[in-house]
Structures are given as structure tokens and as C-alpha cells.
Design a protein around this ligand. Structure first.
Ligand code: BG6
Length: 513
């Protein structure tokens, strides 16, 4: 990775040591499939508009929306303005931005559409001076990925560095398949024409500043890494609790459930960030090598002693912020007898020297008491406490908490003497608020993934070997969840607005306290 600005020891007046991790942005065309869909309007266009306003779009750059709906350029721009959450069209620079936007109607299964698209892109590239560089972003339902990628390959649009062509990249969103077998099929479909370097598999958790910072915390400080192992750490909690319900996504969610939606990707990436060995270099490949190695250490769920390692739940009716909300089975598009879990607690072990027998609790659920994503590193109690007799009780063990959202902070709890003549201990905190030092508005996760892809930087994207290890671990868990005889009995209902099923409540109270 190229560094364009560095300072080893921090700049004058306490300025930070920086590596902007940026390459010059080369001109490019960004072709978005699914251009009339929700993801484009809610995430992609607002992110591209923000990059534009910050002067962070390549120059020149063209954005081409493709969808089945027949629209012209103006109709497309109008639709985006109507469907985007923020008042984009009210911004003084919206009109300037929309001059980069084009629209093509594409029937996804029709080869002719791609022939026409290829001719259009070539002509636009020549006119716009984008150097033959192209990104295809598949903002479409996952079952359409193989269709579009096959057509792009057959139309000769996947190749790169031919005469008159620059680079070509393709962005796919999770889920990468529905299980291990289908993930392999999807990968084979992509690899028929795209090399691994051309494929960018998004996990927006990896684009979060606070998630990336776990690496800096672990590997840019010498005092934590010696403690980062089974000798000092009792257990680790990785929690992503959401207030939101399934919303308008029941069609997808009721088939996926929380394990595919959150665990196969985000939760296992967080586990990898906390558990991996120090990478040999700050490069995409070295970091992804270590994360993949870590996923390869996951103890198979079929090993003995795992009976209580999985709690599955589904939200019933309840209250969120004082407002009554429906249970999952009453949500629009959900089957009335659905057994899809909206909550899971999974206890996993890593069979390697560093982590042997340290439980990692991965927990995620919808319609919980509040939105809270955090990583909790619970240290062991001191081996012998001389204070125990004096204070007549247990001395609290240290805890390190990475707040990912909404509290973007790091806290280390420790014991201190309460001032005064009596001997009393209390737990207190050393804290760091991530944004206290922020340097202006920070990019959103989608701004960062798009920027990284434009720079060809794959550090915070999934690599296929990692995807397959994640599915290989999860497939047996999904089997229990979806095929075992006591499926119904296993699913525990919890009230919307609570901390999940009773069976996991003690753990949740501990981790969220
Ligand atoms: C998405 C899931 O990947 O992550 C959603 O599909 C979930 O169901 C979302 O709501 C959570 O992301 P965040 O960034 O809000 O924690």
C-alpha cells in the first residue's frame, strides 16, 4: 500500500502520525446494477455525493445506473432525488453532481442488453476520458449476481488491461451465497471471468473506523499484546444489538435469519480482528492471511460439549422507545409460523495456542433494548488478592470495552482506592472517546468501501478463502437451526425491546452492563 503522507512520531503540537493510505484516484466509470433499488438510493448515491462534495471522486468520473425499469437520465436523477433519505436535491451542488449520472435500461438476462451497454460504456469512456477503468457494483439481490457476472464476462466486459482498456473491478454485497456449496458456485461464476484481485466483497463492518482501530490498538501499542491470550483473558463478548426489526426486508430475512445475516460476515470478521495473530505487514494480503488463519482455527460446532453453545430467539411483540411494535411473525411478508431466528448467541472456541479454551460469545439480535455494538475483553481476576479478606468480597477483574456504536470509545476498567480513611475499592475507567479528536466529518462506511475499491485497496474486503471457512464453520450450526427435530423447541421467544431470550439474559446483562 502506498503512503502519501507519513510522520513516524506524530507531527508538531501533538499532531497524529499519519498514513493516509491513499493512492491517486484514477479516472473511472462506476456502473451500478440495481440502480432503481433501495441500496442505491439509500447508501450508494448519498456516499458518492458526499465523496463528490469532499473532492474525493476521481476526475473524471462517470456514474452509470443500470436497471430493468425503463428510464432516461432525467428520470433516473429525479427518482434518486425522491428516494434518497436526505434531501439531496435540496443541496446547492446536487445539479452539478447529477451531471455525472447516466442511466441505461438493462434486462439482466438478455445478452443484447450487455452488447448495447458495452458500446455505450466505450463511447462514454472515450468522451469522458475515464481511461477504460471500470467498476461494476452489483446492488441487486444475491440470486442475480451469477446472472449479471456471466453476462458481463460473455460480453467481454470483465477483462482488463487489453488494448484501450484499463482496470476492471466488481463489487458484491453479502450474502456471498446461502451456504458453503452455493458460495462456491457463486465464486466459480465470478472467477470464470474475474480474478480474485478484481473482486471486492463488501462487509461494511470492516469499513467502520472503530473496527479498523482494533488493529491499531492491538498492534501499534506494546502493552496490550503480551496480555492478549488465554493466560490473562477470561472470555470475549462480541455483541451487535439492534433496535430495528426486519423492516421491509422480510423476503430476504425470513430465508436468511440472523446467522446468515450477521454471523457469517460481520460477527466472524469482528472475531477475526480480535483474535488474529499480528500480521507481518500492513498490507491487504498479510492481514487477510491472518484473519483467514484465525477462521481456520474455529473449533467445529459438531465437536462434543457444544450442546449449550447456541441460543436462538425470535422477537415477539413489545415496546421500543415507548412505542408498541409487532412481533416478528406479524411483520409484513413473514410467515405466520416462521421459525427464523432474529437473535442468536453462539459460544465459539479457537483451537490454537493463544486462545485455547477461552470462550468467545458472539451475540446479535433485532428489536433489542437499544442499538449497541461492542467488543468486550474480560480479563481474569488477579490470581491471589490480598484485598479479599480486608474488603470481604471479590475484587473486580479488568475489562476492556471497544464501543463500536453508538458510543465510539475504548474503556479500560480497573480497581482504585476510594479516597478516605477506610479501605474500599471501586471500579473506575480509563476512557478514550474516539471522536473527541475528529478532524472534520468522517466518511461513512459506504464512502470508504467505494473509495477503497476505486483505489484497488482490498484490505477491508473479504477474500474467498475466508468466506468459505466462515460457511464451513456455520453450515452445521445452520443445520441445527433449520433441520433438527427439536427446531421448534430450540427457538426462544423474547419481548421486543428486551435483551433477548431468558437463556442468554445473564450473559447479556453482564456484557451490556
Ligand atoms: C446488515 C444486515 O449487514 O447489517 C442488517 O443485513 C443489519 O440486517 C445491519 O441491520 C447492521 O449494520 P449496522 O452498521 O447498523 O450495525
Amino acid at each position: 500500500m502506498e503512503r502519501i503522507e507519513t510522520s513516524d512520531e506524530g507531527g508538531p503540537n501533538g499532531a497524529p502520525a499519519c498514513s493516509l493510505l491513499a493512492k491517486d484516484l484514477e479516472p473511472c466509470q462506476l456502473v451500478i446494477f440495481g440502480a432503481t433499488g433501495d441500496l442505491t438510493a439509500r447508501k450508494l448515491i448519498p456516499a458518492l455525493f458526499a465523496l463528490f462534495r469532499g473532492g474525493n471522486l476521481p476526475k473524471p468520473c462517470s456514474i452509470i445506473g443500470c436497471g430493468r425499469t425503463a428510464l432516461d437520465n432525467d428520470g433516473f436523477r429525479q427518482r434518486l432525488a425522491e428516494n434518497s433519505p436526505a434531501d439531496l436535491a435540496g443541496h446547492p451542488r446536487w445539479d452539478e453532481f447529477t451531471s455525472f449520472l447516466h442511466y441505461r435500461t438493462v434486462q439482466y438476462e438478455a445478452p443484447q442488453s450487455y452488447g448495447e451497454l458495452a458500446a455505450f460504456l466505450k463511447e462514454l469512456d472515450k468522451r469522458g476520458g475515464t481511461g477504460g477503468n471500470t467498476i461494476f457494483d452489483l446492488a441487486v439481490p444475491p440470486d442475480v449476481y451469477p446472472v449479471i457476472s456471466a453476462q458481463l464476462i460473455d460480453a467481454g466486459l470483465a477483462g482488463e488491461n487489453d488494448v484501450g482498456r484499463g482496470w476492471t473491478r466488481i463489487i458484491v454485497e453479502k450474502p456471498f451465497g446461502h451456504d458453503l456449496a452455493s458460495a462456491k458456485v457463486l465464486d466459480a461464476a465470478l472467477h470464470r471471468g474475474f480474478s480474485e484481485q478484481q473482486i471486492f466483497r463488501i462487509d461494511h463492518y470492516l469499513a467502520k473506523e472503530t473496527v479498523q482501530n482494533t488493529m491499531m490498538f492491538r498492534f501499534a501499542n506494546s502493552i496490550f499484546e503480551p496480555l492478549w491470550n488465554r493466560d490473562y483473558i477470561d472470555h470475549v463478548g462480541i455483541v451487535s444489538a439492534e433496535e430495528l426489526g426486519v423492516g421491509t426486508r422480510a423476503g430476504y430475512y425470513d430465508r436468511a435469519g440472523v446467522l446468515r445475516d450477521m454471523f457469517q460476515n460481520h460477527m466472524l470478521q469482528l472475531l477475526a480482528m480480535i483474535g488474529m495473530e499480528p500480521p507481518a505487514g500492513f498490507t491487504a494480503e498479510r492481514i487477510r492471511d491472518e484473519k483467514t488463519r484465525l477462521l481456520g482455527c474455529l473449533r467445529p460446532f459438531t465437536a462434543p460439549g457444544q450442546e449449550d453453545a447456541l441460543v436462538l430467539g425470535q422477537y415477539g411483540p413489545g415496546r421500543i422507545k415507548g412505542r408498541a411494535v409487532a412481533g416478528y411473525r406479524r411483520e409484513n411478508g413473514v410467515r405466520a409460523d416462521s421459525l427464523t431466528p432474529t437473535f442468536a448467541m453462539l459460544r465459539v472456541y479457537l483451537d490454537n495456542r493463544r486462545w485455547q479454551e477461552v470462550p468467545f460469545y458472539l451475540i446479535s439480535g433485532k428489536r433489542m433494548a437499544r442499538k449497541d455494538t461492542r467488543l468486550v475483553i474480560q480479563f481474569k481476576e488477579v490470581p491471589h488478592s490480598m484485598f479479599r479478606e480486608v474488603i470481604g468480597g471479590k475484587v473486580g477483574a479488568n475489562r476492556l470495552t471497544f464501543g463500536i456504536f453508538p458510543d465510539e470509545e475504548i474503556n479500560l476498567s480497573f480497581q482504585a482506592k476510594v479516597p478516605g480513611p477506610r479501605i474500599c475499592l471501586r471500579t473506575t475507567d480509563l476512557g478514550f472517546k474516539y471522536y473527541d479528536d475528529a478532524f472534520g466529518p468522517l466518511p461513512t462506511a459506504y464512502e470508504k468501501v467505494l473509495l477503497d475499491c476505486m483505489q484497488g485497496e482490498q484490505m477491508f474486503f473479504w477474500r474467498q478463502d475466508g468466506v468459505e471457512l466462515a460457511w464451513a464453520f456455520l453450515d452445521p450450526v445452520l443445520e441445527i437451526c433449520e433441520q433438527c427435530d427439536d427446531r421448534k423447541a430450540r427457538l426462544k421467544f423474547y419481548e421486543a425491546g428486551s435483551w433477548g431470550p431468558e437463556e442468554a439474559r445473564g450473559l447479556m446483562d453482564d456484557l451490556m452492563g
